[in-house]
Design a protein around this ligand. Structure first.
Ligand code: PMP
Length: 334
């Protein structure tokens, strides 16, 4: 008899891909967790399912209820797919400058979508604050109730990475992992994996790879939440300390600009057939930096957060890259 597998069961248990070029470059074994293979195409499927299961367990989410979230897109995609599978509805609030591909996909999935112009994180018009307000309103109106997923502060986010991503990395490397590095959007991945690995191997090194425009690099290096510059990467970089990062320390923090991240995206695709988005480029650049800190012979793991097809209109659009004075390979222009 075939297994009666349902969609939520496809989340997680992703392969660990050996990244040949950066491994040869550094003399370390560098692996990328292939999160783009999740059913919604990103690492955020784990968070979506973790948050839904925790809300069900707390009896906050009732059958037919509404899940509201502010997201750069991937959490919205994960939540909407899981909601469709489990009998909920979603209201997704996104920044309007997110890649059109993610907006189109969310429309296709049937999410109720609200696009917000960019605003300071403290503004009531910021997409995260907007999601909170909508959730509060819907909770009063909807017969079947509504919840705000609150991925930045909801600790079900880092818990799911502690229970799954971190444990999987440990098992897949058979405990050989010496270092883990990734960028932060909500901090769920970094916090959950760090906790799972440190419990099993206290000497493991945990590193942050922070894009320009994010305040965390300064926070971890001199205690001040301050940002400079900007990045075209999506889903990473914050101007505040998310609840999921509360009391999480890192051993190293690296700042990665787009000029350093994008060549990894293009080289992974061209030389190794691995298609990823911009945040994975930041992560791979972070893995190279961590390898250089630790020296040859170490095993380093990072995350391939989502796929490159989701950013075709940006990462594979010569005009867009040119307008931002970013590097792009010749094969994109021709
Ligand atoms: N990369 C992408 C493309 C994302 O959408 C996210 C989630 N915001 C991340 C990285 C960061 O993951 P986390 O929220 O666990 O910090």
């Amino acid at each position: 008899m075939p297994d009666k597998t349902l969609l939520p069961q496809l989340v997680g248990n992703t392969p660990l891909l050996y990244l040949r070029r950066v491994s040869e470059l550094t003399g370390c074994d560098i692996y990328g967790k292939a999160e783009f293979l999740n059913p919604g195409g990103s690492v955020k499927d784990r968070t979506a399912l973790g948050i839904i299961r925790a809300a069900e367990a707390a009896e906050e989410l009732r059958p037919g209820g509404v899940i509201v979230e502010g997201t750069a897109g991937n959490t919205g995609i994960g939540l909407t797919l899981m909601a469709n599978a489990l009998g909920y509805q979603t209201v997704i609030v996104m920044p309007q400058n997110a890649a059109q591909e993610k907006i189109d996909y969310l429309e296709m999935l049937g999410a109720e979508l609200l696009l917000m112009p960019s605003a300071a994180a403290s503004s009531p018009h910021h997409y995260i604050r907007m999601a909170q307000q909508i959730a509060e309103g819907r909770a009063r109106e909807e017969v079947k109730g509504a919840i705000w997923a609150r991925q930045f502060d909801n600790l079900a986010n880092r818990k799911v990475h502690y229970d799954t991503t971190g444990r999987e990395i440990w098992d897949q490397t058979q405990g050989a992992v010496d270092g883990f590095v990734c960028a932060v959007g909500t901090g769920g991945t970094l916090a959950g994996v760090a906790q799972a690995l440190r419990e099993r191997k206290p000497e493991v090194k945990i590193a942050l790879a922070d894009p320009m425009g994010s305040a965390l690099y300064r926070y971890y290096t001199d205690g001040e939440l301050a940002a400079s510059g900007s990045s075209i990467t999506e889903g990473i970089g914050v101007s505040f300390l998310p609840g999921n990062l509360d009391s999480v320390s890192v051993d190293f923090a690296f700042q990665v600009d787009d000029d350093s991240a994008l060549p990894h995206v293009y080289q992974l695709l061209k030389d190794e057939g691995i298609s990823v988005g911009g945040s994975s480029g930041v992560n791979v650049a972070g893995a190279v930096a961590l390898a250089q800190e630790l020296g040859p012979g170490h095993t380093i793991v990072t995350v391939l957060c989502d796929g490159g097809d989701r950013y075709r209109s940006k990462l594979y659009n010569a005009e867009f890259l040119w307008s931002r004075k970013l590097p792009y390979p010749e094969w994109i222009a021709s």
